[in-house]
Ligand binder design. Structure first.
Ligand code: MG
Length: 174
């Protein structure tokens, strides 16, 4: 059961992810979670860090699409100024959002990676969809109420996983 929650890779932050790392793995597009992955869950707007990272990806022809469980108004406000596409109400851990994103991008699942800060939504959804995943550390320590509950379960699962696998956060994907 816990294997469903196992991310392919773990990294400190999405911002350390480079086009070179992705290309080495045959990945052409990043499906990025919004809250606590790209921006703090309680921050309405993207930061310069996001802009810089996105530009680096775009300069190397890596596509980025936001796949978020949050409501359309929140996701649209944050993402629209960046000029990239998004899926809101993605219903992670169901694979709906990832299927929509895959169709929109016209890529195969092997060419995608899901990056997110939650095992219970981002990683689980990616595993259901057969897409590789990167678990990152949440940008801020505070969480919304629903996430607080998920975090409790997550700590338990992480502990279980770490008995069997190396669950340390790395500097890259390898
Ligand atoms: Mg998140």
């Amino acid at each position: 059961m816990k294997e469903f929650y196992r991310p392919t890779w773990l990294m400190e932050t999405i911002f350390k992810l480079t086009p070179e790392m992705l290309k080495a793995q045959g990945i052409k597009a990043v499906l990025a979670d919004l809250d606590n992955t790209l921006i703090a869950w309680n921050n309405p707007d993207v930061t310069d860090e996001v802009r810089l990272w996105l530009k680096k990806m775009q300069d190397s022809d890596i596509l980025v699409m936001v796949v978020s469980n949050n409501k359309t108004s929140r996701v649209k406000r944050a993402v629209e100024p960046l000029g990239i596409d998004f899926v809101s109400w993605s219903l992670k851990p169901l694979n709906r959002g990832m299927e929509v994103a895959k169709r929109k991008l016209g890529l195969r699942k092997e060419e995608l990676v899901m990056v997110g800060d939650q095992l219970m939504t981002d990683v689980l959804a990616a595993n259901f969809a057969g897409i590789r995943s990167i678990l990152v550390k949440p940008l801020v320590q505070s969480d919304s109420l629903v996430t607080k509950f998920n975090r409790m379960c997550e700590r338990f699962i992480l502990k279980k996983l770490s008995l069997k696998y190396d669950m340390s956060y790395r500097k890259g994907i390898y």
